[in-house]
Ligand binder design. Structure first.
Ligand code: PMP
Ligand code: GLU
Length: 396
């Protein structure tokens, strides 16, 4: 018997990042020495003071349902974080804690979109934005960029992409999968276009805010450079990347209370509150010592510098430098042209895994063909071994 599932799922794909991670882990479990440059999660351990806060929460019996939108202590910590890091003021009613930034993005889109509403998504993009848009019955509208423009959209491109149906713009800086950062100047130029379109809501995914390791670069988002946009921006952030807490599932959003309260309604009917113990840990993460971030950033920078140089020595590969997060998006188009039997970045990623035991992710699910996304979330030793295997594969 074949069981029919919902029509709206016909357009949906499973997450390519999580699918590749599962494939690599299965191969590893079967005994193959897989080197993983695929899924985007810091290889560092969650800092001890954060773990201790969680252990205390368990011991103290903090193990029951909490408020749907997060415990007051965590919402206050988030409120203070926005004042401390971004000079932005939010009331507690303008903040919601979710099960990861992923849920926060999905809730925001579900709260905002009517069928057919358009969501502008700069490409390359994080794999989940288009599918979350489709799940909320919206229509993704991509703005394509390439290496020449550092994978960043211009004000002119944004202007040209806006239609009467545009409802949301998603901006992600530092970016997954490019590692690029929008400067204040670039954001101001985008803000000027957005000021002419008061109907557009901005979803600013700032999850990599603290992972900026390039000299002279600093973080900014649209409401930080243009105060007038704050009233229609939803900021997305979370504990996963900054504090090596991907498994704890704590993300959050801040924005206009009308939107945040609807996100809360959705959450109250789907998942209820985020994990109570993880919320206590997140208070310690956000309010406690921040020095673990600098330790990670130092390592990310070293790995980045090594990888860019190593990739650019490979035949038919070209890679530009990134500034933040832990991703590189090298261009393999020249190599692929010389090797028509491989045919595509999707086949290249598959062949690399099956023949060289190196896990990467094809560019296509990120909206850019002929590229691979490499996450540098493994030790230098692993990265060096991976580059040796990649070189051998590409040359033979
Ligand atoms: N946004 C971006 C751009 C990401 O790369 C990720 C990584 N998973 C997320 C959101 C979601 O993060 P999480 O759900 O782990 O908080
Ligand atoms: N964001 C990470 C990645 O891109 C984690 C997996 C996911 O949620 O997509 O690899």
């Amino acid at each position: 018997m074949s069981i029919a599932t919902a029509e709206r799922l016909k357009k949906l794909q499973p997450s390519a990042t999580l699918a590749m991670d599962a494939k690599a882990k299965a191969l590893k479990a079967s005994g193959v020495d897989v080197l993983s440059l695929s899924v985007g999660e810091p290889d560092f351990d969650t800092p001890d003071h954060i773990k201790e806060a969680a252990i205390s929460a368990i011991r103290n019996g903090f193990t029951k349902y909490t408020a749907v939108d997060g415990i007051p202590a965590l919402k206050q910590a988030i409120q203070e974080k926005f004042q401390r890091d971004n000079a932005l003021n939010y009331t507690l009613g303008e903040i919601i804690v979710s099960c990861g930034a992923k849920q926060a993005v999905a809730n925001a889109l579900a709260a905002l979109l009517n069928p057919g509403d358009e969501v502008i998504i700069p490409a390359p993009y994080w794999v989940s934005y288009p599918d979350m848009t489709l799940l909320a019955e919206g229509t993704p509208r991509f703005i394509y960029t390439d290496q020449q423009q550092n994978f960043k959209i211009s004000a002119a491109q944004l202007k040209a992409a806006i239609t009467p149906k545009t409802r949301v713009l998603i901006l992600n800086s530092p970016s997954n999968p490019t590692g690029m950062i929008y400067t204040r100047q670039e954001l101001s130029a985008l803000a000027e276009v957005l000021l002419e379109h008061p109907e557009i809501i901005i979803l600013s995914d700032d999850i990599y805010e603290h992972l900026i390791w390039s000299d002279g670069e600093s973080f900014a988002n649209l409401p930080m450079v243009c105060e007038d946009l704050k009233a229609r921006t939803v900021l997305i952030n979370g504990a996963s990347k900054s504090y090596a807490m991907t498994g704890w599932r704590i993300g959050y959003a801040a924005g206009p209370s009308e939107i945040i309260q609807q996100m809360k309604t959705i959450q109250s009917q789907t998942t209820s509150n985020p994990n109570s113990i993880a919320q206590m840990a997140a208070v310690a993460a956000i309010s406690g010592p921040q020095d673990s971030i600098a330790v990670m950033n130092k390592a990310f920078r070293e790995r980045h510098d090594y990888l860019v140089a190593a990739l650019n020595r490979l035949p038919g590969v070209h890679c530009i430098k990134a500034q933040g997060a832990f991703y590189l998006l090298p261009d393999f188009s020249a190599w692929l042209k010389d090797h028509p039997q491989i045919g595509s970045d999707l086949n290249l990623a598959d062949a690399l895994l099956s023949q060289a035991a190196v896990a990467t992710i094809a560019g296509t699910p990120f909206g850019i063909a002929d590229h691979l996304r490499l996450s540098f979330v493994s030790s230098m030793e692993t990265l060096k071994k991976a580059m040796e295997r990649l070189e051998q594969f590409l040359k033979t």
